[in-house]
Ligand binder design. Structure first.
Ligand code: UGA
Length: 380
């Protein structure tokens, strides 16, 4: 299939691209390399696929780009691009959430409606629920607690109405706290690994008893790729990893896999942070016959291994930059002599020029006006 993956350089996007290429699909990736986090990490994410003959990367912003560039022949879209981050979605940054999560989704739907698209996979989020229950199932009422959740829900509802009114083959997958190699640097496990590796205390927002249904990235990729061919048009489906744990339990697991104890700092609970997300995965199993394969401990071990390499390479890059020393051993006497010589040479050149001028005969500019010439028209 010819597949468009938006957010291709991101955490989940780069894993999806790699899998689709492995399965023999032709993939066009779009990514704006937004400054939300480092371009370097996104480039590293894409490194393994960049030269693949069936992969094409377009660096552009969905909200402003001409989609005609990617329309021809596209059979399916995996729309993962968006402005992530629950806790940063308050205040003036909300504009970015509206543009990247709502407007970009509407634009894609609008411009692909009526095309021969076989599937439009939308990356939704457990954040659309808010704190509405112990176990979150797809038919529950939705009360997002963060501006981020509001925009993800708006995108999901746009998919619904384009499915109803334009028969767009959409499916919204509600991802629950995805983790694994390549995880975004603002997310809990990435930050905790960074702290452990730099022997710093980890920061816990609130009391650490908040529950998340952690989902390993390969399990998410399994569902995304299955959604391209399964009979799921118009559906909304939870993608939960079946590994619910409190943050403190997850930290203990991370200490176990890393073999290191980490001091903890407790900070104020963050606005928009929900207390618990646990996915009801009955629908996921029914529609996809899917059960998550990777346990929290196994997934954390893989993320830890990746983070250890990632942090080492980042530290090396930083130290190379730091080793480019400013020039401090200047020979000031030699520099002063050089400047004095330069000044003298300029002075001599100026002197020579003016003496040449003085020797050459003065040119007289004579303006002769013939008395026969017609007088110019004063109106000109
Ligand atoms: C994550 C993603 O960031 C969202 O994009 C995604 O949509 C969402 O999961 C979801 O599944 O709906 P979040 O649950 O906030 O959101 O994931 P983390 O950043 O990994 O945070 C998990 C918990 O750890 C939160 O309670 C957070 O406050 C806490 N945390 C995070 C800390 O205590 N310390 C930190 O340094 C970072």
């Amino acid at each position: 299939m010819k597949i468009l993956v938006t957010g291709a350089a991101g955490f989940i996007g780069s894993h999806v691209v790699a899998r689709l290429l492995k399965e023999g699909h032709e993939v066009t990736g779009v990514d704006s390399f937004d400054i939300y986090y480092s371009r370097g990490q996104k480039e590293k994410n894409l490194m393994p696929v960049l030269l693949h003959p069936n992969f094409k990367l377009i660096e552009d912003n969905l909200t402003t780009m001409a989609l005609v560039k990617v329309q021809k022949g596209t059979e399916a879209i995996v729309h993962l691009a968006g402005q992530p981050g629950v806790r940063g979605s308050w205040g003036s940054s909300f504009n970015r959430y509206v543009a990247n999560n709502i407007q970009a989704t509407q634009k894609l739907l609008e411009e692909f409606k009526g095309s021969k698209l076989k599937r439009f996979v939308y990356a939704s989020s457990s954040s659309v629920y808010g704190d509405v229950g112990e176990i979150l199932s797809e038919d529950m009422r939705l009360e997002p607690k963060s501006p981020y959740g509001v925009t993800k829900l708006a995108g999901e509802q746009l998919c619904q109405i384009y499915h109803q009114e334009h028969k767009m083959p959409t499916v919204a997958l509600r991802f629950f706290s995805v983790y694994g190699p390549g995880q975004r640097p603002d997310m809990a496990f990435h930050r905790f690994c960074q702290s452990i590796l730099h022997e710093a205390a980890i920061s816990i927002y609130g009391d650490g008893k908040q529950i998340r249904d952690y989902t390993y990235v390969d399990d998410v990729v399994d569902v995304v790729t299955a959604a391209l061919s399964a009979d799921v048009a118009g559906q909304v489906v939870n993608v939960g990893g079946g590994s619910p744990a409190t943050l403190l339990e997850a930290i203990a697991a991370l200490e176990e896999v890393s073999g290191q104890k980490c001091p903890r700092t407790f900070l104020e609970r963050q606005k928009g942070d929900v207390f618990s997300t646990r996915a009801d995965t009955a629908k996921l199993e029914k529609l996809f016959g899917f059960k998550p394969k990777v346990s929290l401990k196994e997934g954390l071990a893989r993320e830890w291994e990746w983070m250890s390499r990632f942090v080492q390479s980042e530290d090396e890059e930083r130290s190379i930059k730091a080793n480019v020393q400013p020039i401090t051993d200047v020979d000031h006497a030699a520099l002063a002599e050089f400047k004095a010589d330069e000044k003298a040479a300029k002075k001599a050149a100026r002197k020579e020029k003016s003496s040449r001028k003085a020797k050459s005969p003065k040119r007289k500019i004579v303006s002769e006006i013939s008395s026969d010439a017609p007088a110019s028209d004063p109106a000109e």
